[in-house]
Design a protein around this ligand. Structure first.
Ligand SMILES: [Zn+2]
Length: 280
């Protein structure tokens, strides 16, 4: 059995490290943590986008800061391959994040428009895609279909397909792609917001299949990482390779949008795409 149910977990904790100040990874500025949090983890000095978790994106995007209902929130991964230490790693990730899985989904409103929102969390095993992650995405697509709603996904999945579930993880590339196809058949919009990092099987399946693919600034996006590619082709890669701005130049993305402007941009795009208030 791939899935098992469990009682409700404790409410999620905030990710920010201990201490009052955080040093900006990019400009070195010492930032007051409360100010950084208020700015949705974007450096006020240099605009560097710190990696954000699902709680930050819920607060950033949803009108009420949360879902009106959740999708498949009772699911959690089993250990189908009896992979060494996988169960312990799952438990550890659950305890440290308060999440059951690397992905969550639900229905909520953005600028008064009802949407299905799918979010992933890098803190949970690198945001990697296992069978439950794939199932939650697929059910999000089914909910969008049943309710006639657009789907927005926000991914931060450095791990790609989760190795601990082997072929079951790889199968999720097909399943999530089929989920997108359900939306295509119904003419329902799917907007993919890709954040740092979105790699491997996640980028190679649903995350690059949006009607619109939008990235946060400076995000690393791709299949294999730059180090692996350099070692394989034995060539030095150009500066900024696989970063949002580089991929935008090459036509791989539709937009690069700063985090603070993401919600307004999504509202405008949903309007362009014909999503109306009270559509369902
Ligand atoms: Zn900075």
């Amino acid at each position: 059995m791939l899935f098992k149910k469990k009682k409700e977990l404790e409410p999620p904790k905030r990710e920010i490290p201990e201490g009052l100040f955080v040093k900006c990874t990019n400009c070195g500025e010492m930032l007051y943590k409360a100010v950084l949090e208020k700015n949705f983890l974007v450096c006020p000095k240099c605009n560097y986008h710190f990696r954000a978790n699902v709680e930050v994106y819920k607060a950033l995007l949803l009108d009420d800061g949360g879902f009106s209902e959740t999708i498949a929130s009772q699911l959690e991964s089993d250990d189908p391959l009896d992979f060494p230490e996988y169960k312990a790693k799952l438990k550890q990730a659950q305890a440290s994040t308060g999440l059951r899985e690397a992905a969550i989904a639900g229905v909520g409103t953005i600028g008064g428009l009802e949407v299905v929102l799918f979010l992933t969390d890098f803190r949970f095993l690198g945001g990697s895609m296992g069978s439950v992650y794939g199932e939650i995405f697929f059910r999000a697509c089914e909910t969008a279909r049943d309710r006639n709603l657009p789907l927005i996904s926000v991914t931060s999945s450095g791990g790609g397909a989760r190795m601990h579930e082997g072929i079951f993880s790889l199968m999720q590339m097909v399943k999530t792609t089929m989920g997108v196809e359900i939306l295509n058949e119904r003419g329902l919009p799917f907007i993919s917001v890709v954040c740092d990092p979105t790699m491997g099987g996640v980028m190679a399946s649903f995350a690059s299949l949006g009607d619109l693919n939008i990235a946060e600034p400076g995000a690393l996006l791709g299949f294999a990482g730059p180090r692996v590619i350099e070692q394989t082709i034995k060539q030095t890669l150009p500066p900024g390779f696989q970063r949002s701005e580089f991929l935008m130049q090459k036509g791989f993305l539709d937009m690069v949008v700063p985090r603070r402007e993401m919600k307004d941009t999504l509202i405008k795009l949903l309007d362009y795409l014909g999503v109306k208030h009270g559509r369902s």
